[in-house]
Design a protein around this ligand. Structure first.
Ligand code: ZN
Length: 388
């Protein structure tokens, strides 16, 4: 049964036309309410019941549910983020909000990452009648994935488990993904005392302390990499990158402050808080014999946990069967760990390639549209219609 909605390419274009950039820079950060309201209108038209949760001023999540009366927290969830990254003015060869089609590609900000997924989910959902769904089909649209993950965090903080199984439609080129690494970005500050370079006893040198810190971090990295390994990842060990260092001002002054910025990518099974505590304890210990130096660590953001769904999970198996690809691992972070932490068995699976995301002339390869709609229809049939 097809209900009265525009065809799929029009849905995609209308979503792309509504700016919803999210950024930590308030000058370019935009509301996502335009996208939320448009989705609400379309989904209501298809018979979904809609709930909108305000996450922050001008930012909202949408939960839309079809069928499966009485089965709360069951069924299939199709989830995506409504926001996009900012775009480089002048570096696009076409209008980032235009949704122009050229040579089998549809160009636009969010075409691949990931507004198209909502249009595909709607296209798949419109061929089902609410009465035929034994368990609910729930569409989730979140806010601010690209900046703070506030939308996914809101779901977790409020215990809003939207269903039993979830597909997060990030660009994976139609391949199911069942694990990714986490991301942590940390600042480490060593504070000493400045003084005249001619007499070391006049100060406490923060650069010399940082030398000790770096040595300790390298030793810790070696230990972590010896202990944790996962062959599904291209880089099969956790990484620790030294990204930036700033300290001191003049050769003839003892350096009083030094700051190091690092990026850690933990494997599934490694806990962010535990890593932070270990790092803090090890660095304090490393500088224990420098009583005039103080070392402090603090996270630059909360961090994104690593994510893993078991290989034998029903949703992983179903995605493998319907896509024809074995489940794999990727290097980028998603909202999946927040769904996992709510007890939702989750797979990341969508159209487009992550290499096209976050850059000028982002596009959707149109030949992936029909296969993805068919995968989603099969998943809805399997998890919402079929008897358990
Ligand atoms: Zn994304």
């Amino acid at each position: 049964m097809t209900k009265k909605l525009p065809e799929i390419s029009t849905l995609i274009r209308e979503l792309i036309a509504l700016p919803s950039v999210s950024s930590s820079d308030p000058k370019i950060d935009r509301s996502n309410l335009g996208v939320i309201h448009l989705l609400a209108e379309w989904l209501e038209n298809l018979g979904f019941s809609i709930t909108v949760h305000e996450v922050a001023a001008g930012k909202a999540n949408l939960l839309a549910r079809l069928g499966g009366e009485g089965y709360v927290r069951e069924g299939l969830v199709l989830s995506g983020h409504t926001d996009t990254v900012p775009f480089d003015e002048g570096q696009w060869s076409c209008d980032p909000f235009g949704g122009i089609e050229r040579d089998g590609r549809l160009y636009g900000l969010g075409s691949c990452d990931m507004k198209t997924f909502f249009a595909l989910a709607i296209e798949a959902a419109r061929s089902f009648d609410a009465k035929s769904l034994r368990r609910p089909l729930t569409l989730v649209a979140t806010a601010d994935e690209e900046s703070t993950m506030a939308g996914a965090k809101y779901l977790l903080a409020h215990g809003l488990k939207p269903g039993r199984y979830a597909i997060i439609g990030e660009p994976t080129g139609l391949k199911p993904i069942r694990m990714h690494k986490g991301v942590m970005m940390e600042s480490i500050r060593v504070t000493g005392h400045s003084g005249h370079a001619s007499d070391p006893s006049l100060g406490a040198n923060a650069i010399e302390g940082m030398h000790r810190v770096i040595g300790e971090l390298l030793a810790w990295r070696t230990e972590l990499q010896a202990k944790h390994r996962n062959p599904l990842f291209k880089v099969d060990v956790p990484t620790l990158n030294f990204g930036a260092i700033h300290g001191g001002d003049n050769p003839n002054r003892i350096c009083g402050h030094c700051e190091l910025l690092i990026d850690i990518r933990p494997l599934p099974g490694m806990d962010i808080l535990e890593l932070r505590q270990t790092m803090e304890a090890r660095l304090a210990e490393a500088l224990a014999d420098f009583p005039k130096l103080r070392v402090e660590t603090h996270p630059l953001h909360d961090g994104v946990p690593a994510f893993e769904s078991p290989a034998d999970s029903d949703i992983v198996r179903a995605c493998e069967a319907f896509s024809g690809f074995a489940a794999d691992a990727v290097a980028f972070g998603t909202e999946a760990p927040f769904f996992s932490n709510l007890g939702v068995e989750t797979v990341v699976l969508g159209v487009g390639n992550i290499n096209q995301a976050h850059q000028p002339d982002e596009y959707l390869p149109l030949e992936q549209v029909t296969p993805m709609v068919n995968i989603l229809k099969s998943l809805i049939g399997r998890f919402c219609v079929q008897r358990e």
